[in-house]
Design a protein. Structure first.
Length: 272
């Protein structure tokens, strides 16, 4: 079974899109360079702002017929076919495929509210095509909306990106509890919280260091820490240039940190 990684947090600006896009590319690139028989990775953008879509495909004007919106609105028997038809290749690498977001996604949530089976509108068609990919990576909107619930249901692994200023124990535990509530409520046996990813870490700021040390020493949260991405101007410049941080500056500290996380996730995938 392919691993489906969802990057989620109800906070905005914590690096969900940056992490999802760069990790998706990293996994595809490493697998391709190693000669893996299955190296393609699918990135699904579920945020109506479509930042992940824009940086990886060069455009964000996808609409009702060529984006995730079309999949959500499709008849159940047609959804897998529509999903396949909406997937495009990334400009970053031919092994990275994208299911684009659309500004219409917010409207889709309103249209699907109360519709029987709505929470499975992503997991059902995705389950039919996920085996074609080494992994699926999902970027989410900064809220636990219906659309976020849909992709958490579809996922096998939830990763929580968080800035140091949001490292308070109570806030992180509430995100984990929300994910677990979705898992238990919908009886998703394969779903687990696989990691907390600290982003924009600046070791020159005493508060950042103190909060990170507090996270590491926590009996529950400390075991979930999967990576620390340093604050690095290369990330912003790469985003503005619609490039991955790996391509923009492979020697940047953020590139090296993301590369380490990619290797760890590939090991996780190999273990099943």
């Amino acid at each position: 079974m392919s691993h489906i990684f969802v990057f989620t947090n109800h906070k905005g600006g914590v690096g969900k899109s940056t992490s999802a896009t760069n990790i998706a590319l990293g996994v595809a690139s490493v697998l391709k360079s190693s000669g893996a028989s299955k190296a393609q990775v699918l990135l699904i953008d579920t945020d109506s702002q479509a930042h992940a879509t824009l940086v990886t495909t060069g455009r964000s004007n996808y609409g009702s017929q060529d984006s995730l919106y079309a999949v959500l609105m499709a008849e159940r028997q047609d959804a897998a076919r529509v999903l396949t038809e909406c997937i495009v290749r990334s400009e970053w690498d031919e092994a990275l495929h994208i299911l684009p977001a659309s500004s219409m996604l917010e409207g889709a949530e309103r249209e699907l509210m109360g519709v029987p089976g709505a929470p499975y509108r992503i997991s059902d068609p995705l389950s039919k095509i996920a085996s074609h990919y080494a992994a699926v990576v999902i970027d989410t909107h900064p809220s636990f909306s219906l659309l976020t619930e849909m992709v958490v249901i579809a996922a096998t692994d939830a990763i929580i990106p968080v800035e140091p200023r949001y490292l308070e124990t109570v806030g992180l535990l509430s995100v984990i509890h929300k994910i677990n509530d979705i898992r238990d409520g919908w009886r998703i046996a394969d779903l687990r919280v696989s990691g907390i990813l600290v982003t924009k870490m600046d070791c020159r700021i005493r508060g950042h260091v103190q909060l990170l040390e507090g996270l590491k020493s926590h009996p529950i949260l400390g075991k979930l820490l999967c990576g620390v991405i340093p604050a690095n101007e290369a990330v912003s410049y790469a985003h503005d240039a619609h490039q991955s941080v790996f391509n923009y500056n492979p020697r940047a500290s953020a590139s090296k940190a993301y590369a380490e996380l990619v290797v760890a996730l590939i090991r996780c995938m190999a273990q099943g």
